[in-house]
Design a protein around this ligand. Structure first.
Ligand code: C2E
Ligand code: MG
Ligand code: MG
Length: 691
């Protein structure tokens, strides 16, 4: 299931009510005031930063200007030696400039006049020092001093000292802030009564619009514009209607897409499961059918994804047609997996379900002509029923899947209704799976060897390695039981590698003492999925020391025709190293001979059913002859499997079959017994001239 979309955080009810009571105009006004306040604050912060240098400059200017003016005014009086006048002048200074203080010295640095009661003049040495750089000022205890000479530079009559305590930067800043605040408050008080109605009037259409939209019932599907007579409002409402309709349509489209399979236009798994859940809760009797397409991956690989998609759409259509014929108005179909469809049938009669299954199976298996290509698809069906088998949707799905799994393993018509015994079977299968894993880890899988004999001379030419599972209790499990499970569990590679190594080592042992005996090893197509398959074969050959020409890999005909390109891709490198390839169970895979002959095979193994049928089925000899003739024409070796009688061996020799394998010579033998067999073997040639 896809993750739920995160819900947007809900605004608290209180906040929403407050927002509504202010109204749009109120909110716009508040916003304007807020902006003004923020701008003022910003100015307050920026002022002292920008004004800092300026304040310093003003301080210096204040002090030097004071000293200059004092020196200038005092010049005449000093020239005339009227020191009383100067004293009056200096005494009067604090009256005009409360922060300012002054002092006048004569040319010999004698203090002649000083304003203020306390002595505030710094030391003479400091003043004389200050005089050397006339533009400089001196700051002592936050008081700024400047000094100027009285008279001309060539005739110094005295010295004028001026000092004052400037206001601090903080003081200036506070002054500006206070003033600004007063102005702002005043402006607000004056303008607010005008601003609010002004904003209200300007925003009237929007406010009306807001009201109209708020008043509207969300289920009301009529157009907003139809409810308004206002000339300004109408186009706005019409525009909103349009946007609303468009977004609703987009939402509907998105929802449809989220719940629809784009290939078949059927509800997808999400939608199907939700329908299943509601149907399980409401329907008295509900059948769930899972329809699974057999080997659909193959269709995809052989015809490409485009044709495969068209095939899926055709299957969907055929399923729908079958359902509407058998259970009209009581079905629901969805695509629930890559090659799986789900069908819900709200009916009570099992017979109607069986009829639907039969009709659907027949319809699906009819050949389809897609882009000029004939495509054939078969399907398997698993069915579960609510009334009988369980209630919850999840249980029903599981039961239908168990039934489907059972159906997939059946030959012929693959339609299975779930019952409890299937569950027990599924459980015992999972126990077997566990044991198989353990068995592989414990090395319980071994190879046995069945001899192969040249029909003409009776000499032993090699053996086929066949896997056996030796259980701890001594029971021997045949490959027909464990190979399909190992394939399903993805363990066949591991198993195949172990048999391959056993076989190569055993064959290398025989060939160390005797003349050439080849070894044939069966390979499952699932092993081709293992990227290390080719290297594992080389490894087994290298480790055992077996000559590659003595190793033969057997691939069943059905595996070869299922994906000839893949088989060729894997087999060419092996073959170029000298490994021989055999096509196993030939005659059972309904192969297209042309595609088979393109594959790099050296040996045809005629399936044992034809050999067995030689004496019972009048057609069998003709089939065997045809296969042998084809192999001969292609210059390939032929091995007849399942040779049980001398008559069969004689017939095969007469028809130019090269090698025989079967109980007539020996059953498969454990490695040590095979060693003895090899040593005691006396050639038994088949009789070319037997009747
Ligand atoms: P196959 O490769 O066609 O092997 C021949 C089967 O015929 C063997 O069965 C063998 O025991 C049986 N057989 C041989 N001679 C006679 C006879 O005269 N009469 C009768 N009735 N049967 C005869 P087995 O060992 O049970 O193997 C069955 C199949 O399992 C094999 O068929 C092969 O396809 C598969 N298999 C066996 N070992 C392996 C393996 O290591 N890996 C893979 N992937 N498949 C294996
Ligand atoms: Mg074989
Ligand atoms: Mg075979």
């Amino acid at each position: 299931m896809p993750a739920k979309a995160a819900k947007p955080q809900k605004e608290p009810a209180k906040k929403r009510a407050a927002r509504r009571s202010f109204g749009l105009a109120g909110r716009v006004t508040l916003l304007a005031i807020g902006a003004a306040v923020v701008a003022t604050l910003a100015q307050w912060i920026a002022t002292p930063i920008m004004a800092y240098g300026e304040v310093e400059h003003q301080r210096a200017l204040g002090a030097t200007t004071g000293a200059n003016v004092l020196a200038e005014i005092a010049t005449l009086d000093v020239e005339e030696g009227d020191w009383d006048e100067i004293r009056d002048l200096v005494d009067a200074l604090p009256l005009a400039l409360p922060e300012g203080r002054a002092a006048v010295f004569d040319a010999n640095w004698k203090l002649m006049a000083e304003s203020g009661s306390s002595r505030i003049v710094p030391s003479l040495a400091t003043l004389q020092d200050l005089l050397k750089t006339p533009q400089k000022v001196l700051t002592i205890d936050n008081r700024v001093f400047a000094i100027r000479t009285i008279g001309k530079p060539d005739r110094i009559l005295g010295y004028a000292v001026y000092s004052f305590t400037p206001r601090s930067a903080l003081g200036i800043w506070l002054g500006i802030v206070a003033l600004n605040a007063v102005v702002l408050l005043f402006a607000l008080a004056v303008l607010a009564p005008f601003l609010v109605p002004l904003a209200r009037r300007a925003l009237t259409p929007v406010i009306e619009l807001e009201r109209a939209i708020r008043k509207r019932d969300p289920r009301d599907k009529s157009r907003l514009a139809e409810a308004a007579d206002d000339r300004v409002l109408k186009p706005l409402l019409a525009a909103i209607d349009e946007v609303h309709e468009r977004s609703e349509a987009a939402m509907r489209r998105a929802l449809t897409m989220a719940y629809t399979d784009p290939v078949t236009r059927l509800p997808n798994r999400l939608r199907f499961v939700s329908k299943l859940e509601s149907a399980v809760a409401t329907e008295q009797s509900l059948y769930l059918v899972i329809c699974d397409l057999d080997r659909f991956r193959q269709v995809n690989m052989s015809f490409g994804p485009r044709v495969a998609d068209m095939a899926l759409a055709t299957v969907a259509e055929r399923l729908r047609a079958a359902a509407s014929r058998c259970t009209p108005n009581a079905f629901f179909i969805g695509r629930i997996g890559a090659d799986q469809f789900g069908v819900l049938l709200s009916i009570a009669e099992k017979s109607a379900v069986s009829e639907f299954l039969m009709t659907a199976e027949r319809a699906i298996s009819e050949s389809m002509l897609l882009e000029d290509q004939q495509v054939r698809i078969a399907a398997s069906f698993g069915v579960a029923h609510t009334a009988q088998d369980g209630a919850a949707a999840g249980d029903l799905l599981k039961q239908a899947e168990v039934a489907l799994k059972e159906a997939k393993g059946l030959p012929g018509a693959r339609r299975v209704f779930f019952d409890q015994s299937l569950l027990a079977k599924a459980r015992s299968k999972s126990t077997l799976e566990e044991e198989l894993r353990d068995g592989l880890d414990r090395g319980e899988f071994v190879a046995v060897f069945q001899p192969k004999v040249r029909l003409e001379t009776g000499e032993l030419v090699g053996a086929e390695a066949l896997a056996r599972w030796r259980r701890p209790d001594g029971a021997i499990v045949p490959p027909a039981v464990f190979v399909p499970i190992a394939e399903e569990l993805g363990l066949i590679s591991q198993l195949g590698k172990s048999v391959m190594r056993d076989a190569c080592f055993a064959a290398a042992g025989w060939n160390a003492t005797r003349n050439k005996l080849s070894i044939a090893v069966n390979v499952s197509p699932h092993q081709f999925d293992d990227p290390e398959f080719i290297s594992s074969v080389y490894q087994a050959l290298d480790d055992s020391g077996l000559a590659p020409g003595l190793l033969e890999l057997e691939i069943t005909e059905s595996a070869a025709v299922a994906d000839p390109d893949r088989v060729a891709r894997i087999m060419w490198p092996l073959r170029s190293r000298g490994v021989r390839l055999a096509i196993d169970d030939f005659g059972t895979g309904h192969s297209n001979f042309a595609s088979i002959t393109r594959l790099p095979f050296d040996v045809f193994k005629i399936d044992q059913q034809f050999v067995r049928a030689l004496s019972t089925d009048p057609h069998a000899p003709a089939i065997v002859e045809m296969i042998l003739a084809m192999a001969e024409a292609l210059g390939q070796e032929t091995v007849a499997e399942g040779v049980e009688t001398k008559e069969q061996a004689d017939f095969l020799l007469r028809r130019a079959c090269t090698i025989g394998q079967g109980y007539y010579y020996s059953p498969p033998l454990p490695a040590d017994e095979f060693d003895l067999f090899v040593r005691s073997w006396r050639p038994r040639p088949a009789d070319r001239f037997a009747a």
